[in-house]
Ligand binder design. Structure first.
Ligand code: GLY
Length: 337
């Protein structure tokens, strides 16, 4: 797209976005600006939820229980993320997650709502639900992000459920890996089997959009490493004027382009969710000479409830849940492995 048509599309996009933005009853405008705005959303939207990878199907089920009862998108994405965090068979999220190089399972998560409230936790060990700790930080502290020992202390002070990690199977796999590896972690092959984050986006019946993501990160990472998932703007971004996006894949590459924020800003400028994800993927590719193991995908939703996704390599999919359908969607991609 040339600059001229981008600007033109952008202008249309902004106009369209402001037309479809969820209305708040009594919201101030030219006629009502003398009245105080009530922050009550009008319930007239069809709920929708999307989550990365096939583990997103079960996560969406948990989130849908909230949305179907008229609950908020924030409660829905938290419920979905908690479902995956509790799944002992999942090797990239929560209790069953893979450890760092020294055998410690350290978890990252973040959450963001329609009012741009956000919370994040990084490098958290031994706590079952990092997503709920992130939400607690968002709702009860003046901060956005807590990491490491401070985050653990916070979680324990607030009596969050504790877990013992790594679980025995994962510990065994780590010991095997350790035997084979002398040096620091090499770039992994990233696919659904050995990696990745769950990212979730939901719109509730009042049109409110929220997002969450949670991960154990890059298996056998260097101790202290954080990926994109706890970083607002990289792993997740929501702006109720436009929509939301979440990322999955090699966190280092996603951070380099402030991935999820980039997707949202592209939608602000008139791109559809899929076009925005595709352009972010193209930007990411342009920034990398070495494409080895560089799988990365985005999913996005706009305020009209339109969704889309795109990935660098084939194999990325996302789970979609609406009143009518529950399915796994293969995302379009730039190149094949
Ligand atoms: N996308 C998850 C990570 O890189 O940690």
């Amino acid at each position: 797209m040339d600059r001229r048509s981008f600007v033109k599309k952008g202008a249309l996009g902004i106009a369209a976005a402001s037309l479809v933005r969820p209305l708040m009853a009594g919201e101030a405008n030219a006629e009502t600006q003398h009245k105080p705005a009530e922050k009550t959303f009008v319930a007239r939207f069809k709920p929708i939820m999307i989550s990365t990878w096939s583990h997103g199907l079960e996560a969406n089920k948990a989130g849908w229980e909230v949305l179907a009862k008229g609950g908020t998108s924030l409660d829905a994405v938290e419920a979905g993320a908690r479902q995956t965090e509790a799944d002992v068979s999942n090797r990239s999220v929560g209790i069953g997650g893979m450890p760092d190089k020294e055998g410690h399972v350290t978890l990252d998560a973040c959450i963001m709502d329609w009012e741009s409230n956000c919370g994040s936790v990084g490098y958290l060990e031994g706590i079952a639900h990092p997503i709920s700790v992130a939400r607690h930080i968002m709702e009860n502290t003046p901060h956005v992000m807590l990491v490491g020992a401070g985050a653990k202390k916070y979680a324990m002070q607030h009596k969050f459920e504790r877990i013992k990690t790594p679980i025995p199977e994962v510990k065994m796999a780590w010991k095997e890996w350790k035997k084979e590896q002398e040096a620091i972690a090499k770039k992994p092959v990233i696919n659904h089997e050995n990696h990745d984050t769950i990212g979730l986006l939901a719109m509730d019946s009042s049109g409110r959009i929220s997002g969450a993501c949670t991960t154990s990160g890059w298996a056998y990472k260097l101790p202290g490493r954080l990926g994109d998932s706890p970083i607002i703007g990289a792993g997740l971004f929501v702006d109720q004027e436009v929509g939301g996006a979440v990322a999955t894949g090699l966190g280092e590459s996603i951070i380099k382009i402030a991935g999820s924020h980039t997707v949202v800003e592209l939608m602000r400028n008139g791109f559809t969710p899929e076009e925005a994800c595709k352009e972010a993927v193209n930007r990411l590719i342009r920034k990398h000479k070495d494409m080895t193991g560089l799988q990365c995908g985005f999913i996005a939703i706009n305020t009209e409830g339109k969704v889309g996704g795109y990935s660098v390599f084939n194999g990325f999919n996302y789970a979609l849940r609406t009143e009518q359908e529950e399915q796994l969607v293969d995302a379009p991609f730039d190149r094949s492995w």
